[in-house]
Design a protein around this ligand. Structure first.
Ligand code: HAM
Length: 371
C-alpha cells in the first residue's frame, strides 16, 4: 500500500477520542437530554448556551494552573488576529463569564441554569474517557444556603436515576478558602517531609497542587496518604455546620451517600461542598464518576469580577451515563412506526400527502419508492 493510501485510511476515521452518534446511539443521547431537561425544568432551571470556545484565561484562571485540565488537556489555539482561545473543557467558568457579562446579578437571585453539549479534553482515550465528551450541567448562581447544594445534588440524582441504575453520592467539604489555604500549608510541609516516598508523577504537585496528591492512584503515594493530615481537622464551626446541613438534607431525602474525605475534585474553584455520583459495576466496584460538582463561591473573582458570586453546580457525564444505563432507559418506543411504499411514479404525490397525515397523527413514517 502506498503511503498516500495509508493516509487516506486514517482520514476516513473520526479523530482519536471522538465518535459519531447515529441510529440508536443518536436516539439514546437525544432521549437522555429530553428526560434530563424535563427534570431540570421541573426544579425551575432554564437553559443557557455559551460558545464552544472562550478566551483561554477563563479556564487558566477559573479551573486553575496546576490542574490536569489546564496543564495537559486543553485544546488551545491562537487566531489570525492574535486572540488566544480554548475549546471549552468544562462549562462552569464559561457560564459564570456569561452571568457577569449580562449583569445577571441584578436579576432575582439565584439563577437556575442548565446546559448541554460537547466539551473537549485531550485525555488518553479509553472506556468512559473521550476527547470530545458530552455533559449535562446545572448551575445555581447567586445563592449561598445549603438548600441550593442539596437541591443541586437531588436534581442530578433524579436525572441519573433515569438510567435505571442504583446511584450513590460521594460527598466531602473543602472548607472555606482561608481554611483550605491553612491546610495546604500543613499538607505541603507533610509531603515535603515524605517527598522521596511519593510516586514521581506526584512529586511535582507538592508545589503546584498538593491537594491532588490526596486522590492519587499511585500505590506508593497511597501508602503515604494514609498518614496525611486531614482537612476536616482544620475546619471551623461555620464550615462544619454548613456541611452537616448538606448531609442532613441528603439523609432527609433518602439519597444514598457516603462522606469521602479524600474527594477533592480536579478543578480549583471549589470550596465547601464537593460531590460525585457513582454506580456499582457487575463486580461491585464503583464506576468512573458519572458526574460531579460542588460549591464555587470564589470563581467570579478568580476570572476578574469585583464581587464574589456564591454558586453551586454539577456536570453529568452523558457518555458514561449512556454506557451504564439499562438498554431500554433511553429508547422512546411510544411512537408507532409506519411504512409507506409508493408503487409507481403516478402515486408519489398521493403517497407523500398520506405520509403527512400519518406523521401529523404522531407516528414516524418511513417512505420508500419502487425504482
Ligand atoms: P468534571 O468532574 O470535570 O466537572 O466533569 C463532570 C463529569 O464529566 C465527570 O464526572 C465525568 O462523568 C464527565 N467527564 C469528564 N471528563 C470526561 C471524559 N474525558 N470523557 C467522558 N466523560 C468525561 C466539571 O466539568 C465541572 N464543570 C462540574 C461542575 C459544574 N461543577 C460545578 N458546576
Amino acid at each position: 500500500m502506498s503511503s498516500n493510501e495509508k493516509n487516506n485510511d486514517h482520514l476516513l476515521q473520526a479523530p482519536r477520542g471522538t465518535r459519531d452518534f447515529v441510529g440508536d446511539t443518536y436516539d439514546r443521547k437525544a432521549d437522555f437530554y429530553r428526560q434530563a431537561e424535563a427534570i431540570a425544568r421541573g426544579y425551575g432551571f432554564t437553559g443557557i448556551e455559551t460558545p464552544v470556545f472562550e478566551h483561554t484565561e477563563i479556564f487558566t484562571k477559573g479551573v486553575g494552573e496546576g490542574t490536569d485540565i489546564v496543564d495537559k488537556e486543553m485544546y488551545n489555539f491562537t487566531t489570525a488576529g492574535g486572540d488566544r482561545l480554548t475549546l471549552r473543557p468544562e462549562g462552569t467558568a464559561a457560564v459564570m463569564r456569561a452571568y457577569i457579562e449580562h449583569g445577571m446579578g441584578s436579576m432575582p437571585q439565584p439563577l437556575y441554569l442548565y446546559y448541554t453539549g460537547p466539551f473537549f479534553r485531550h485525555e488518553k482515550p479509553q472506556k468512559g474517557r473521550y476527547r470530545q465528551l458530552y455533559q449535562f450541567g446545572l448551575e445555581v448562581m447567586g445563592g449561598k444556603n445549603p438548600m441550593y447544594d442539596i437541591l443541586t445534588i437531588k436534581t442530578g440524582y433524579n436525572i441519573l436515576k433515569t438510567s435505571g441504575r442504583e446511584i450513590s453520592v460521594q460527598v466531602n467539604t473543602l472548607g472555606s478558602v482561608s481554611e483550605r489555604q491553612n491546610y495546604l500549608e500543613i499538607l505541603k510541609k507533610f509531603y515535603q517531609e515524605h517527598q522521596s516516598q511519593l510516586a514521581e508523577s506526584d512529586q511535582y504537585r507538592i508545589e503546584t497542587n498538593p491537594l491532588r496528591i490526596l486522590d492519587s492512584k499511585e500505590p506508593s503515594t497511597k501508602t503515604i496518604n494514609e498518614k496525611a493530615p486531614l482537612l476536616q481537622d482544620q475546619l471551623g464551626e461555620a464550615s462544619k455546620a454548613y456541611f452537616d446541613a448538606v448531609t442532613k438534607g441528603l439523609e432527609d431525602l433518602g439519597i444514598p451517600y457516603e462522606v469521602v474525605p479524600s474527594l477533592v475534585r480536579g478543578l480549583d474553584y471549589y470550596e465547601h461542598t464537593v460531590f460525585e455520583y457513582v454506580t456499582k459495576d457487575e463486580q461491585g466496584a464503583n464506576s468512573l464518576a458519572l458526574g460531579g460538582g460542588g460549591r464555587y463561591d470564589g470563581l467570579a473573582e478568580m476570572i476578574g469580577h469585583k464581587e464574589s458570586v456564591p454558586a453551586v453546580g454539577l456536570g453529568l457525564g452523558v457518555d458514561r451515563i449512556l454506557e451504564v444505563a439499562h438498554d431500554d432507559a433511553y429508547l422512546d418506543t411510544s411512537r408507532k412506526k409506519v411504512s409507506i411504499i409508493a408503487i409507481g411514479d403516478k402515486v408519489i404525490g398521493e403517497a407523500i400527502k398520506i405520509a403527512g397525515i400519518v406523521a401529523g397523527s404522531g407516528c414516524e413514517v418511513l417512505m420508500q419508492a419502487t425504482d
